[in-house]
Design a protein around this ligand. Sequence first.
Ligand SMILES: [Mn+2]
Length: 416
Amino acid sequence: MIESVVTSKSTPKSKVQPDPSGKPSYSNSEPAVASASSQGWMTPQARNVTEQKVSEIRRVLEQHRGERHLVALQDFPDPDALSCAWTYKLIVQQYDIRCDIVYAGALSHQENIALVRLTNLPAQRWSPQVLREKDFSIYQGCVFVDNQGTTTQLQSITQQAGIPLVVVIDHHTAQGELNAEFIDLRPQVRATATILTQYLQSGLLKLDTNNSEHVKCATALMHGLRSDTNRLMQAQEEDFLAAAYLSRFCDAQLLNSVLQASRSKRVMDVIERSLRNRMLQNNFSIAGVGYLRYDDRDAIPQAADFLVTEENVHTAVVYGIVHDEDDDLEVVIGSLRTSKITLDPDEFIKEAFGQDAQGRFFGGGRSMAGGFEIPMGFLSGFNEASDYTRMKWEVFDAQIKQKLLRLVNPDDDILT
Ligand SMILES: [Mn+2]
């Protein structure tokens, strides 16, 4: 049996009794005294990192008091990104820093649209036209949350505008050199929402159950945390502890409404195409879904989520050509989902597709999931002739399959 030990914030870690497995017991043995302190809801390891990072970010925010910052989300923001950006905005308000939370792509998952609408989440979409006309000189700083700039068009724009990178908080693997004043990069953590929740637990912002914005934001964070951990199934101890903390503020009914959002017919159609076109090989399921509209882009990861549930499949890759009508641009977008512990999505995608002429990878990943984007360059753009359009798809389809199959069947000759 685990011995119950009275611990408090000031109790040194050595007082925590080891359990028979030899691991220190800190989560089950905390009595009411300690749980009254929000800091008790962290593993000692997380607490160490968080305390250090929180005092660091406090100094940085103090130096930027009164400024206006741009929080750049990935072009297709997910619940983890959206909720963390909102939390960040509430945190820095205490330093009189005004934040605009911006994404340059689209909200394309029905749950994300529901999340933003139901919680009144303060994120804005800037269309290509807004991007061209925007006066960026009003911003004194740029912030990346749940990304490192590699998945947003805003990175090059803010860089050209000379806006300094102030803060990066992310859980994806390092995507290259980052020149920021504050960096908290923890690839071992399942969700950026866990990191932001740990900041809250350390007192960077005191949540108040009587403040409806706080309640909505905590609910959004819970949704972000759940969605990046496959409904907590891939969550680790620190994610569970963060979720436990959030449960004090979370509105279960609101969360339920967000999760009730239904799939559009077009998303269902893409899933259907992925089922029909899938090719099974060595426990991989690979499916090209052809052309789809920009607003339906999120149907690709949803199809991958679905394909990976098939018996004897451990990894699913779904891709298609996404057509952006605003800019008449086309790009190949793909998603990978895996349940195989030994398959690193980041490594797999980098290995499969390599780098572009500038040395940038076409994609990457985090634990259990990854994505890629391949620009179509000279071949991009809509063509009236259906033969041409079909041929173009077939070429890209064959090329992507060939690259993937090299890794799926490492010993075989290359198939087409
Ligand atoms: Mn995330």
